[in-house]
Design a protein around this ligand. Sequence first.
Ligand code: ZN
Length: 70
Amino acid sequence: MEKKVRPHCHVCMKEMKMGQEVVMDGAFKGIIHANCNYLTAIEIEDKGLFEEVIGRNPRWFKQFNHLISH
Ligand SMILES: [Zn+2]
């Protein structure tokens, strides 16, 4: 049974949703909302829409595939 993981922004603790602007933390590999971002440009590994960032990062894609494949 595949474990269903619901991604949360660790700044505001709200659930991530499709179509939201997000940034990926290059050090901790966490995803946070662009609106919640506290990182400097050099610390940001990737940014864009939630589904785009996940699609470009295999580790997240594997974990959240169930959220975007339909
Ligand atoms: Zn947030």
